[in-house]
Design a protein around this ligand. Structure first.
Ligand SMILES: Cc1cc2nc3c(=O)[nH]c(=O)nc-3n(C[C@H](O)[C@H](O)[C@H](O)COP(=O)(O)OP(=O)(O)OC[C@H]3O[C@@H](n4cnc5c(N)ncnc54)[C@H](O)[C@@H]3O)c2cc1C
Length: 342
């Protein structure tokens, strides 16, 4: 588990999903809960684990903390301290590269993120923000001699073959005991009066394998800019590589294991923007960018903990996890006497 933000609490993070620096190898926060003590809606204090109150244990690992009760404590799995190699990933379009060629290149690069993810590598990137660039970091755990170079070789070959389109870099920076790396991470706090809007989606492996053209067109569509550039930030995209594929029987949205990345596209503006213009940006994000993402990946949903709650349209699509809860609940004849949010 690694949380770089002081604003994020462990319970909401882990019960709603919980990605962090080690997710690719060790799974999500939800996968690593081994027990919780819960006050149920009927006022009982119960332990939920693999032996007691198993339905509740299943549901709170991915279905949200506040959904099923008040959690007094959680016990999380611990691991021997791994070493981690931090790799810089950067891609930037060459002068004269047409945006459509750039986005096709970026879409195709996701096939390599998928291969890396399969090997337990985790990573994050940001792109857009008005330029044809992508900056990211990959984290490789407990790499033996030569493993890092072997893991990176296919993506490097792809970069070499695409060097007419983009200048790209994949460079190991440092290998450290995990905790030393965490201590180096900047901590963040959310402050300020900026307004923002976002749309998010899991991008499934199927898209990266079979629908590269549509994926590229979608990336281009969601980075297009509808408003005045001086007061509204151009859309940026942040990508989070998904979790370990090792199956865990819990309420986590299955898209966490079937997807390559979860992406969030967002725009922000300050409060001097006239409300009517802000409304147009929100509308564009919801019904054009968000719609494009939903068309690309209709079955996946968005990350429970990072979805835009005020957007009812997205909500309908975001709570695949909860539909899944209800589906598996019926299948398993789960009797969760009271579910808070329903
Ligand atoms: C700046 C920032 C950075 C983030 N970075 C990440 C990230 O790297 N990885 C990631 O996975 N997510 C990230 N998130 C999303 C984060 O996981 C969610 O916002 C999560 O809900 C935070 O949990 P919380 O307990 O702090 O929030 P709260 O808003 O307090 O709670 C969230 C939900 O959990 C419930 N809850 C909280 N505590 C309990 C409890 N003890 N018992 C029962 N229910 C409880 C609340 O009722 C609520 O429904 C980030 C969010 C922010 C704001």
């Amino acid at each position: 588990m690694a949380l770089a933000s002081q604003d994020v609490g462990v319970v909401g993070w882990a019960t709603g999903g919980g990605h962090g620096l080690a997710t690719g190898k060790y799974g999500m926060g939800a996968d690593n809960i081994i027990e919780a003590v819960v006050v149920t809606p009927t006022g009982e204090v119960v332990a939920a684990n693999a032996c007691q109150n198993r339905d509740l244990f299943w549901a709170i690992r991915g279905g949200g903390g506040g959904t099923f009760g008040v959690i007094l404590s959680v016990t999380l799995k611990a691991y021997p301290m791994p070493s981690v190699t931090l790799v810089n990933l950067s891609m930037s379009a060459k002068n004269g590269t047409h945006p459509s060629s750039w986005y096709r290149f970026v879409a195709r690069a996701h096939a390599h993120l998928d291969l890396l993810q399969e090997a337990g590598v985790h990573g994050y990137y940001t792109m857009g923000g008005g330029s044809l660039t992508l900056q990211g970091a990959l984290l490789i755990y407990d790499a033996q001699n030569g493993t890092v170079e072997n893991l990176l070789a296919p993506m490097r070959r792809f970069f070499d073959a695409s060097n007419a389109t983009a200048t790209s870099n994949l460079t190991p920076l440092v290998t450290l005991p995990w905790y030393e790396l965490v201590e180096m991470m900047p901590t963040t706090e959310s402050v300020g009066t900026k307004q923002s809007v976002r749309a998010s989606r899991f991008i499934p492996r199927k898209v990266v394998k079979d629908d590269i053209e549509l994926f590229a067109e979608t990336l281009e569509a969601i980075t297009s800019h509808p408003g005045p550039l001086n007061v509204i930030s151009p859309p940026s995209i942040s990508g989070t590589m998904t979790g370990s594929r090792t199956p865990v029987d819990n309420a986590l949205n299955p898209a966490w294991r079937d997807s390559v990345v979860h992406i969030i596209t967002s725009q922000s503006w300050d409060e001097s923007l006239p409300p009517a213009v802000a409304d147009r940006v929100v509308h564009n994000m919801t019904y054009q960018k968000g719609y494009a993402l939903r068309q690309l990946a209709p079955d996946t949903g968005a990350y429970f903990n990072e979805v835009r709650m005020q957007d009812l349209c997205l909500l309908k699509y975001a709570f695949v996890a909860n539909e899944y809860i209800s589906y598996v609940g019926q299948r398993k004849r789960v009797n969760l006497a009271v579910v808070f949010f329903r």
